[in-house]
Design a protein. Structure first.
Lengths: 165, 165
DNA sequence: TATTGTTATACTCTATAACTATA
DNA sequence: TATAGTTATAGAGTATAACAATA
């Protein structure tokens, strides 16, 4: 202890692994890159989505509902989250008026979740290519963006947790 | 309201925007793709990281500390989170033994944060190329992975929220 | 008994506001 | 007064466990 070498300045690293200063992103392991990208989306994108009171978790809910109304259990399965989490998110989305939940006519255990007009409006705004693309557009040009999209699609489609998606 | 047209089956979409069924990822807006990728990392990666009691937020803390010990305020700035959040995360990391915090000799307001041996071991394990790469390796081949890395690096380096990173 | 959904509880990450201790 | 860090409080997302209502 008492290795007060470093705090204002950089200081020594106490081990071989440390390059001495923060390694540049290009040398990060992919895990950290993904993590950073996720957190970047999670903040930058989050601030953007926050304009519509949405998050990375709630936006996919609406996106799934574009395909048609569903039961909560179905939603949970498609979103890969538990039914309890789905329940909570839907409560929030219903509170802000983006979805509504009506009792199923035939099976009264079920609740049919559907987008409201406000939900559609929010999605329309977020689907505006110029809007969200701008989030990464400052960092990537059109071709790079399209390549990133391709890879992300592959990643999302073939993911270890997304075998059924 | 009262559009109970759809639940068990697909049903109509009640508007022009809806394709009728869930659109494939390739047609998602980039925002949703990033969102999904982030959540995928957030779960698949999360489960992986959980083996070391780490998360997407706590791993970057360790990664930054590779560059040398720092004050908490400096860490917060580099991580782009508040000092309060940093404080909490560090408390957790200290509790599980990955970092230690010692009072600064000269300025007793400060606490110098450093990786412990256990922290280094965890990072070593996570830096194993085969380990984390496997998270996405099932979905992407080597060349695609390297391309994804390039784009992510650019995204992370030039991000709107990462102007000072 | 099985299915659908909820509430209870807990944990992490995040933020803002208010606080202590030190300078 | 300014700086470093913490605690208080709040809210989202996540999970498991226990529960109610319906089938």
């Amino acid at each position: 202890m008492s290795h007060t070498e470093a705090d204002g300045d950089q200081g020594s690293t106490r081990r071989g692994s440390g390059p001495g200063v923060s390694p540049p992103p290009s040398e990060w392991p992919t895990g950290r890159l993904l993590s950073a990208a996720a957190r970047r989306v999670g903040r930058g994108g989050g601030a953007y989505l926050a304009g519509w009171s949405l998050t990375h978790a709630s936006l996919p809910v609406l996106a799934v509902l574009v395909g048609g109304s569903r039961s909560q259990r179905e939603l949970a399965r498609e979103l890969h989250v538990t039914e309890q989490t789905t329940s909570r998110m839907l409560a929030g989305l219903e509170r802000i008026g983006y979805v509504n939940r009506e009792p199923h006519a035939a099976d009264r255990r079920r609740r049919t979740v559907a987008l409201t007009d406000a939900g559609w409006r929010a999605l329309d705004a977020l689907n505006d290519p110029g809007a969200i693309e701008m989030l990464v557009g400052s960092a990537l040009d059109a071709e790079q963006l399209s390549e990133l999209r391709r890879l992300l699609v592959q990643l999302v489609e073939a993911g270890p947790s997304g075998g059924n998606a």
